[in-house]
Design a protein around this ligand. Structure first.
Ligand SMILES: [Fe+2]
Ligand SMILES: [Fe+2]
Ligand SMILES: [Fe+2]
Ligand SMILES: [Fe+2]
Length: 435
């Protein structure tokens, strides 16, 4: 089904105010919700936070009263939408359970985008980031099991593997190396723009969630794990946002933000099986069509250009959540040893020069140990080994993957070595205890 959102009616902005009762709705049940309903809910919260934040920045840079009035009016609606979406989270869903949801979003969303991305350089960047969030899911899963005694698979529901990847201690780069080459706004496909804007919103919200919740644990090692992974999410925001053409005007960016909201809600609506959530996605898609129409009018008036030049004539699908295990396994086996070079491209561990700028960062932040290594040491001491959820064939490759993906330089003192991983793999698996 194709739809040109510029030609749809939508719901006018004047009709988008709702009562508090309608805004703060009943949360979902964490034991009954489908994992991909939860990932949609997590992603759409990030999309709304970004829409709200962007509009504040636009206002602070805009002298036109008429434009500021539009922005003020819809910004409040974005904020009310954010409340509705985020507050579907039930009070009994722990921070670590929600965290596993955030990393499942990152893995399965990025994998979907990589396979639907027309620009090969952007795709390569998605694949690179994908492996890092995949490792975060594995590290946090250990804590979810150890601290709360839950099976992380109850959250990911067998749709996403839980397995080591490029070790998190190797994700710490000189942040300048994260900067990518931007797309050309005149040549890039709307799918590319929507993919990147969507992912930036998701990564930014992941960063913010860890920043605001990691300290809610008393366990110092968990606090440091959040500090460590939060910092990687900062690198991810830096990496993905740098793909956006910085010469896009404020009006062009406004148009793209509303288009992204229409596309993501549309995608959620067509895929959602939970009737209550589906109605929310549909209503908010219609709200966003209302926002888009005003953004399109402003764009025409101020830029004297046709909005279709920027967003095309049909909706794109940026966030189809489906299991991506074979795709992720393939990237894991073939790209775990990839690293950022100093020319906005990629290289591999064996080709890194001695003066690779990220070594300095890794040596400093990991000098007293890496919390994401320590969690595996904690699991090894308590249970004999780490917790992995994957098919037998992939599980058997854990030590081999570590050998390929771990930098020999700049290792934290508590690094889990390949030998130690090999010994751990001989121990009895633990995930069946959770069933
Ligand atoms: Fe919105
Ligand atoms: Fe992550
Ligand atoms: Fe990330
Ligand atoms: Fe909007």
């Amino acid at each position: 089904m194709t739809l040109n959102p510029l030609k749809e009616k939508g719901i006018p902005v004047e009709k988008q105010l709702r009562s508090w009762h309608e805004i703060a709705r009943k949360p979902f049940n964490k034991t009954e919700i489908d994992c991909y309903s939860r990932t949609r809910q997590i992603l759409m919260n990030g999309i709304e936070v970004e829409a709200w934040n962007f509009k504040h920045n636009f206002s602070r840079n805009c002298t036109d009263t008429e434009v500021n009035k539009f922005i003020a009016q819809t910004r409040r609606i974005e904020d009310m939408q954010q409340t509705t979406v985020n507050w579907l989270t039930p009070a009994d869903q722990s921070v670590l359970e929600t965290t596993l949801g955030y990393e499942q979003v990152a893995v399965d969303l990025t994998a979907w985008m990589a396979q639907n991305e027309p620009d090969p350089y952007v795709k390569e960047t998605f694949d690179f980031g994908l492996l890092e969030d995949f490792d975060h899911l594995y590290r946090y899963s250990q804590w979810a099991y150890f601290e709360h005694g839950i099976s992380p698979n109850d959250i990911v529901q067998g749709q996403t593997d839980i397995m080591l990847s490029r070790p998190t201690q190797n994700h710490h780069n000189d942040n300048r190396l994260r900067l990518r080459k931007p797309y050309d706004k005149a040549a890039a496909a709307p799918q590319t723009k929507v993919n990147i804007y969507t992912l930036v919103a998701g990564e930014q919200q992941t960063h913010n969630y860890y920043a605001e919740h990691g300290m809610e644990y008393g366990n110092q090692c968990i606090r440091e794990t959040y500090a460590e992974i939060k910092d990687v999410e900062e690198e991810h925001v830096s990496m993905y946002e740098s793909l956006i053409d910085p010469t896009e005007s404020w009006f062009e960016k406004l148009l793209l933000h509303e288009f992204v909201e229409v596309c993501t809600y549309y995608n959620c609506m067509v895929d959602e099986e939970n009737e209550r959530l589906k109605k929310i996605w549909q209503m908010f898609m219609e709200y966003e069509i209302g926002h888009l129409q005003i953004a399109a009018e402003l764009f025409k008036k101020h830029e004297k250009r046709d909005p279709e030049e920027v967003i095309g004539t049909q909706i794109v699908l940026p966030c189809r959540f489906v299991s991506q295990k074979p795709y992720v396994t393939n990237i894991l086996e073939n790209e775990i040893h990839k690293r950022l070079d100093t020319e906005m491209g990629y290289t591999t561990i064996d080709k890194l020069p001695e003066n690779w700028p990220s070594y300095d960062v890794q040596k400093k932040v990991g000098e007293e140990g890496s919390p994401t290594e320590m969690v595996i040491q904690v699991m090894a001491a308590a249970k004999g080994r780490d917790l992995v959820v994957a098919d037998k064939k992939l599980k058997k490759k854990e030590a081999e993957l570590l050998q390929k993906g771990l930098e020999p330089e700049a290792q934290a003192p508590d690094t889990v070595s390949v030998e130690q991983m090999t010994e751990m793999m001989a121990e009895e698996e633990i995930e069946h205890e959770c069933d």
